[in-house]
Design a protein around this ligand. Sequence first.
Ligand code: ADP
Ligand code: MG
Length: 545
Amino acid sequence: MAGLIIALMLTGGEALEDLAARRASRELDQLLNRAPAFAGRIDPATGEVQRIPVGEVSVGDELLVRSSEILPVDGVLVSDHAMIDESSVTGEPLPVSHVAGSALLSGTVNGTASFTMRAQKVAADSNYASIVRLVEEAVESRAPMVRLADRYAVPFTIVALLIAGFAWFLSGDPVRFAEVLVVATPCPLLIATPVAFMGGMSSAAKLNVILKDGGVLEVLARIRSAAFDKTGTLTQGKADVVRVHEATRSAVETLRLAAAAEQHSVHVFAEPIVQAARQQQLELPAVANAEEVATNGVQATFADGGVVRVGKPAFVEEVTGPVARPALEAGETAVYVSVGDELAGIIILSDPVRENANTTISRLRRAGVAEIAMVTGDVEPTALSVANAVGIQTVHAETTPQSKVEIVQAMQPRPVLMVGDGINDAPVLAAADVGIAMAGRGATVASESAAAVITSNDIARVADVAFVSRRTVHIALQSIWLGIIISVGLMIVAAFGYLPAVAGALLQEVVDLVAILSALRALRAHKSVTHQSDTIQARRPAPSP
Ligand code: ADP
Ligand code: MG
C-alpha cells in the first residue's frame, strides 16, 4: 500500500513540478507571445497595403502601422508624427512622441493614429527579435540551477540511511527501516532551486532585466567587484549637441559632414549629431562606405572621395597631427571631426550623468560590493568628472576593448560584474564573471555577449537585479533547509515507530509541497526590491508632475 502511494505521489509530484515551472516561466512566455507576426507593406507601385509575415519585410520597405499595432521591425518614421507606447521595451510609461525621421523600435506599440515607416532592419535583426532570442536562450539553458543543492545530496542520503539503520537495529524490525526511508524525500533538494531560480528570472523580467540563465542569479548574488562603462551606461547617452568649435570648416559644415558619417554608427553620440543636422535641415552628402572603429569613432568615405573621421581626439590626430583641445564644462564631451588631413571642427555634446547612477553605486556598495571602477574609452578629464559625480574613485580612461578585458579580469575580489552598452564593451561583458548590457535604445552586440540585459534604459536595475539575485538564492536555500528539517523530523518520528508507512508516504508529499510553495516566493522577489528603491527615492524631493 505504501509503495503504491509513493508511486502515485511521485507522478503527482512530477505534475506539480511542471506546474511550478510553468507558473515561473509565464512571464517569459508572455514576452514571446507578444512578438509581432505580420506587417502591412505599402506596394511602391500601386500604393496598396499588403499583409505579409514579418519575416518577409526587407530593408527599405514602406510599412503602414495601424493604430495600436505592434511595430514589426526597426525603422524610421516617414509620416510627420506618431505617438508610441515604448513601455514594453524601454520601461518608459508615457507614450513617446516621434517626428518624421526619428528611429522606431520593433516591439513598441502604436498609439491611436496610423503612420507610415520605412524598414531599416529585417525582423531577425530588429530589436524585438533580439530580445526574444535572448529569452529563448534563457529558457533553454536551465542546467546550472540545480548545483546549489548538489552539496546537500550526499550528506542528506547518509543521514537518512543512518537514522533508518539505527531504527532497524534498535527495534529489530526491518519495516521500521522502510518507514523511515519513506519520509526521506529528496524533492526539496531537487526542485526547490530550479523553482526558486525560475521565479527569480521571472522577477527580474518584471523589472525589465532578462537573465540568460539561472546560473547568473547565483553569481550575481555573490558579486564583490563591479566595473562600469561611462558613455551610455553611467551617462544617459541621450546627448545633445550644445555648440561646435570651428577649425578649418564652418560649424554648419562640420556638423553636416559628421552627421553624414554618424548615420552609419550605432554609438550613443551618433543619433544626437544626426538629429542636430536634421533640425538645421542640412543636406547630408552621400556616403560610399563607412566603418565604425570600436572605441575610436567612425570613418566615412564620401561618393566624391573625401574621407571624414568622427570620434576621439587620438583617432582624428592620426590623420591631422596634434590638435588643441577645447575647455569643457562638467557633463560635456568633445567629438572631433576631420576631413582629409585637416581638423574640420569639434562638436561639443552634453551627456549628463544618469539621475540614479549615484544611488545605484551606493546601493551596490551597501550590498557588499567592495571595489567599484570605471573603465571608459573616453579621455580622462571627462571620465574623472563623471566618476566624481557618481562616487567612483578608481578610473581607467582611454581604454580599448582589449584593455577593458585586461582591467576587469585583474579586478579583485571576485566575482566581478561589468556593466556596459557599446560595441567596445562586447568583449569585456563576456569576459567578466557577470556582464550586464544596457540595451534601452535597442539591442546590439553588447547584449549578445552579456549574461543579462537591461531593456529599460534604467541603471538602477543593476542594483535591483543584484538584490533579486540575493533574495532568490536566499529563498532557494531556505526552501531546501525547510524541506530537509521537516523530513529529518519525520524520520525521527518514524524511527520511534509512530509513523506508519502509508501515512509517511502521504506526509512526504506534504514536505515536497511546502518546499515548492516556499521556493515560489521568489516570484515576488522584485517586490521587495521596488520597495527598497522607493524608500531611497522618497528621501529626494518628489518630481513635479
Ligand atoms: P565608453 O567606453 O565610456 O562607453 P566610448 O568609447 O563609447 O566611451 O566613447 C568615448 C569617446 O569616443 C566619446 O567621447 C567620443 O569622443 C568617441 N567616439 C567613439 N565612437 C564615436 C562615434 N561613433 N561618434 C562620436 N564619437 C565617438
Ligand atoms: Mg559606452
